[in-house]
Design a protein around this ligand. Structure first.
Ligand SMILES: *[C@@H]1O[C@H](CO)[C@@H](O)[C@H](O)[C@H]1NC(C)=O
Length: 184
């Protein structure tokens, strides 16, 4: 009888231990996933090491305060607070390191009611995949794409907007958006 009791206690301890290691394993997996996804933060922020790799084909108005990676996004008028490229050119945004993402947010210059035509691409190594195409974009555009690794985004100005041939950006953001039903 006594022996049987000891066996049951031993089994309970083993079950408990295996549950504990399983939980630790899940926790470690979640941490790894978070790192791979850029900790769910904006990977296209200057403080996260993002760069505008197309700078030589773009114009910054006014100089550094025109960078779309900055925070001072409410100082915008026709002569400050945005950057642009002309038709046939791109704005390319390189992450510090490869991240798994699913959302790209662009704030297009919107101090009139223009419609913008552009294409958006994701680049990994030499592979480029089109994730979005539009000729009716206005103001803030949120592009959701299937979860994938990203090294660089390229916003290609196909045909300007309904006022001129430019593609003018105030701000860009890219992150991994969790499905809200997982957060409930
Ligand atoms: C644009 O904003 C800047 C900074 O706030 C200001 O100095 C400048 O006068 C403004 N220009 C126009 C055309 O409103």
């Amino acid at each position: 009888m006594k022996q049987r009791g000891q066996i049951i206690v031993a089994i309970l301890i083993l079950l408990d231990l295996s549950l504990l290691t399983h939980q630790q394993c899940l926790k470690r997996q979640a941490t790894m996933r978070s790192i791979i996804r850029g900790k769910y933060k904006n990977a296209l922020h200057i403080s996260n090491g993002a760069l505008i790799s197309s700078k030589n084909e773009d114009v910054f108005v006014q100089r550094n305060s025109g960078s779309c990676l900055r925070d001072t996004i409410y100082e915008v008028n026709s002569s400050t607070g945005f950057m642009y490229c002309m038709q046939g050119f791109s704005i390319s945004l390189k992450l510090r390191q490869k991240c798994e993402l699913n959302t790209l947010k662009l704030w297009i210059w919107d101090r009139d009611n223009r419609f913008q035509t552009f294409q958006a691409y994701v680049k990994v190594g030499n592979m480029e995949t089109k994730i979005y195409e539009t000729n009716i974009a206005q103001s803030v555009v949120t592009i959701i794409f299937p979860d994938q690794f990203v090294e660089e985004f390229r916003i290609y100005n196909v045909a300007g907007n309904t006022y001129n041939q430019g593609l003018h950006l105030i701000k860009v953001e890219a992150y991994y958006k969790l499905q809200t039903n997982l957060l409930q």
